[in-house]
Design a protein around this ligand. Structure first.
Ligand SMILES: Nc1ncnc2c1ncn2[C@@H]1O[C@H](COP(=O)(O)OP(=O)(O)OP(=O)(O)O)[C@@H](O)[C@H]1O
Ligand SMILES: [Mg+2]
Length: 244
């Protein structure tokens, strides 16, 4: 069972859109996938038409006392399951504070043979929860809007991970890309020369992604032939190759 997280210190960079679309793509390619919504904003949960609630409470789940068949739901996408967010997730930091590193991964032990891949959608912060994410996942997928500030935030993240000696890899990719903007092209060129683990697929800025809020479905379910959907399909292939 591999674990990936959509993570960035910055908000509004496409973590949730990417978590939902990459999870759907991996399921389409035959992976049994669990998408875990760790953000109390519960956008992933909303996109997959579920209620933001962890049955029995998030504290029971973090203590390892929840039964997974009660807290995990099927989605309309075959092979894609969801562990919804709960508004109580704002307590996650407190609940995780005393736990050893990799607690999130250890918690999933009872279901590790049921899934090929777990994708975590994270809130935008650096916190006890994010430290748990860093120690639990195989790689962080970091969406970047191609601006100078994004590059700075990525540097901050990499030096934090280096200082703390976390084993996870950092796989950034560009999203909300507008190829008519010279700044976008310049920033993308700069990072490809600096970061050898940069994923080469870029996700265009496209109103069809915003429409996910109306359709409450991944792009593959309602706009599979659009450039943004095809970009997510290609991005998934690139990620899958690295997971092999
Ligand atoms: N490729 C895209 N093209 C156009 N709009 C996009 C794209 N990706 C995301 N968006 C829109 O940008 C906004 C932020 O995206 P999203 O919620 O995925 O970001 P996030 O990083 O998860 O945000 P947060 O930090 O609040 O969790 C949303 O309104 C979403 O619809
Ligand atoms: Mg989000």
């Amino acid at each position: 069972m591999k674990m990936l997280a959509l993570y960035s210190i910055k908000g509004g960079v496409g973590k949730t859109a990417s978590a939902v679309n990459l999870a759907a793509q991996s399921a389409l390619h035959g992976y049994r996938v669990l998408l875990w919504d760790l953000d109390p904003q519960a956008a992933t949960t909303y996109y997959l038409r579920a209620k933001p609630k962890v049955k029995g409470g998030i504290d029971k789940l973090i203590k390892g006392k929840a039964s997974f068949d009660k807290v995990i739901y099927d989605t309309d996408v075959e092979r894609l399951d969801l562990l919804p967010a709960s508004f109580d997730a704002r307590e996650l930091d407190q609940l995780l504070d005393e736990r050893k590193p990799s607690h999130l991964r250890k918690l999933l032990k009872p279901i590790r043979d049921d899934y090929d891949l777990v994708i975590l959608d994270c809130p935008p912060s650096i916190s006890v929860l994010s430290e748990q994410v860093f120690s639990s996942v195989d790689a962080l997928l970091v969406p970047l809007i191609p601006t100078t500030l994004s590059l700075r935030t990525l540097k901050q993240l990499r030096s934090h991970l280096d200082e703390q000696d976390y084993p996870c890899s950092v796989w950034p990719f560009f999203t909300l890309v507008d190829r008519r903007k010279t700044l976008h092209l310049d920033v993308m060129a700069q990072l490809s020369s600096e970061h050898k683990l940069l994923l080469s697929t870029t996700i265009p800025s496209s109103s069809v992604v915003e429409r996910m809020g109306i359709t409450q479905a991944p792009l593959s379910q309602f706009a599979a032939r659009t450039p943004a959907a095809l970009a997510y399909a290609t991005l998934w292939e690139e990620v899958a190759q690295r997971l092999r």
